[in-house]
Design a protein around this ligand. Structure first.
Ligand SMILES: Nc1ncnc2c1ncn2[C@@H]1O[C@H](COP(=O)(O)OP(=O)(O)O)[C@@H](O)[C@H]1O
Ligand SMILES: [Mg+2]
Length: 268
């Protein structure tokens, strides 16, 4: 009797579980479809915006250089900063669509990380200065790796940009050190608002849906860190995030000194 009852309730539970699984699978299918549509829109929009935006970036910089009028230079600089921010978003979108379509160029180059980090820091110095944040490069020794420099640049831009964006006082440090025998570790550490631990696993989802109530910048496109993760997959690297609310965040990436599918013919 008891066995019959147990069997009956097990059958009911199984039926419910099956139904829930069907609902969940359907929801996942819909979500994937929606993401595919979003990705297709991104690719089209990014291509359409790139050319006119390049003209805006170029000409605002030219106006700023050529004018002798301080007021005009201020306007041109403000426009130039806005255009550069937009450029970064669009470049992220273009790289994501290149990865999706298998068009991301996987050229391997020798990159000296001290110079690389100092160059990235130099590019963001003005933005950090305007926010009264110290932006520091911390590389004590020369370390070279073979990697895709365009990919590494996109990763560095996104991490440093996030660190400055989500820090209101203190500092952002971009450092590099030796990992294990075959790897190097690049870290971007800030003294910013931090990330709640429950949001950390969601950061790398495309269109990541983290809680943006806590910062005044509001919701971004949520594409930067998902692109970083996808680039690292291509480059044979790993990423980890350590963060404490209102204390700061440290994002570490570990890269092989020589990439996994390295072909000597690819080295330029
Ligand atoms: N250094 C950081 N400090 C605090 N929050 C961060 C940091 N980096 C990323 N985040 C959080 O992760 C979210 C996703 O980042 P990202 O993928 O670059 O997208 P976006 O910059 O477009 O919002 C950010 O909106 C922010 O909430
Ligand atoms: Mg970002």
């Amino acid at each position: 009797m008891l066995n019959k009852k147990t069997a009956a309730s097990a059958t009911t539970a199984l039926a419910i579980a099956k139904r829930n699984l069907k609902i969940a699978t359907e929801a996942l299918k819909q979500a994937n479809k929606l993401n595919q549509v979003k990705t297709a829109i991104i690719s089209t929009v990014a291509h359409e915006l790139r050319t006119p935006l390049s003209a805006i970036v170029g000409f605002t910089e030219l106006i700023s250089l050529k004018t002798t009028d301080e007021e005009i230079r201020d306007y041109a600089n403000t426009a130039s900063r806005g255009a550069n921010k937009l450029s970064m978003i669009i470049d992220n979108m273009l790289d994501l669509s290149k990865i999706d379509e298998g068009r991301f160029e996987r050229k391997i180059e020798l990159v000296e990380l001290k110079t690389f980090i100092e160059n990235v820091v130099a590019l963001f110095t003005q933005v950090a200065h305007e926010k009264k944040i110290d932006l520091l490069a911390d590389v004590s020794q020369s370390i070279s790796i073979k990697c895709n420099e365009a990919g590494l640049t996109r990763i560095a831009f996104n991490l440093v940009n996030n660190a400055i964006k989500f820090t209101t006082s203190g500092s952002v440090t971009f450092r590099c050190k030796k990992g294990n025998a075959n790897t190097v570790v690049l870290e971007v550490e800030d003294t910013g608002i931090g990330i709640p631990s429950e949001d950390i696993p969601k950061l790398f989802d495309r269109f990541s849906d983290v809680d943006h109530q806590r910062h005044p910048q509001g919701k971004g496109a949520g594409l930067g860190l998902s692109l970083v993760k996808e680039l690292l997959t291509i480059m044979g690297g790993k990423i980890s995030v350590d963060s404490e609310l209102n204390r700061g965040t440290r994002v570490s990436i570990e890269l092989p000194v020589i990439p996994p599918r390295f072909l000597s013919s690819e080295l330029h």
